[in-house]
Design a protein around this ligand. Structure first.
Ligand SMILES: [Fe+2]
Length: 313
């Protein structure tokens, strides 16, 4: 079958047959829940073919993979860069708090520095996708997050594949999906610090389809302050559905406490973090790299994905 996003578009609400075919395959490859296995790798910077294939396969099925370093190598920011590059993640996102090399060290910072940004505290972070406040051209599509040092307690990461959220919403009410795809569905107000605008307001859809790949992209935050939803009945119902889903105990939610040497590579799936307590001598430290690229090989148009393979038969 010739594959391109025009010929096969399961995320177009008017394409019911494409949606049904995609849905059946998606549910089959997800096997009733989210990620269940951690993929062991010797050195994230130098994956062998088997390790690479295992990670890619997980990402094709669920848009995410969790790996565990088994070798004695040192994993530094260069390793994270190399791991991303192996999966076509090249264009790093510059964000306000990134280190000079655009890879962020996520840890608790002393009071007074960035402390109103929750990632740099030990507080819980509610559900979101990264970069929902970015422009349409600079959306975050891929993430690598590597744990150097876990917290003493807490700090569990919760993850959910946006394609499953889409599927559950569409099954419930296709009009809700349409509402979330409106280009003016969600507005994030400008970011103003000390009276100076450091990021303008951005308006955009929650769900969109990336033209080049035919893939679904999700912008989302559970926060209720500093966000303006379009005044639309279906939109409000849809947002309520998503909020309830993420707050519940859905089997589709992956909960994993990253250990030292473990990491996540994903297509910017929905995620949240529980609060944590640091060990006084060894504070929690994660490296995070965000990209404007999706993981290469997970495109609807790649011809190698699980969905594509199923449709070829
Ligand atoms: Fe995040």
């Amino acid at each position: 079958m010739q594959s391109n996003p025009i010929a096969f578009n399961p995320f177009d609400v008017s394409c019911e047959s494409d949606y049904r075919r995609w849905r059946e395959t998606k549910l089959a490859v997800m096997d009733g829940g989210g990620v269940t296995r951690v993929i062991q790798v010797g050195d994230p910077a130098h994956l062998d073919e088997q390790e690479y294939t295992a990670i890619l396969s997980a990402c094709r099925s669920t848009n995410m993979a969790i790996y565990r370093t088994t070798g004695s190598c040192t994993v530094d920011k260069q390793s994270i860069r190399a791991l991303g590059q192996r999966f076509g993640l090249e264009r790093l996102d510059m964000n306000l708090r990134a280190d000079e090399d655009s890879i962020t060290s996520i840890r608790v910072v002393p009071a007074g520095e960035s402390t109103h940004y929750i990632p740099y505290t030990n507080r819980a972070i509610n559900w979101h996708t990264d970069g929902y406040y970015n422009t349409a051209d600079e959306q975050v599509r891929g993430i690598v997050m590597h744990c150097v040092q876990p917290a003493d307690s807490g700090g569990v990461n919760c993850l959910m594949d946006p394609e499953i959220v889409y599927l559950l919403l569409r099954d419930e009410n296709p009009d809700w999906v349409k509402a979330l795809m409106q280009p003016d569905a969600m507005t994030i107000p400008a970011n103003v610090e000390a009276g100076k605008e450091i990021r303008p307001a951005h308006t955009g859809p929650v769900f969109s389809v990336e033209k080049a790949t035919g893939c679904l992209h999700m912008r989302y935050t559970t926060r209720t302050r500093s966000i303006a939803w379009k005044d639309d009945v279906d939109l409000h119902k849809a947002v309520g559905f998503v909020r309830e889903l993420l707050a519940g105990d859905s089997p589709w939610i992956v909960r994993h406490r990253l250990q030292a040497g473990e990491g996540i590579i994903c297509n910017n799936v929905l995620h949240a973090r529980e609060a944590f307590t640091d060990n006084r001598d060894a504070a929690r430290l994660l490296y995070r790299a965000r990209y404007h690229d999706r993981i290469k090989g997970t495109e609807m148009t790649a011809g190698t994905g699980e969905v594509e393979n199923a449709l070829v038969e």
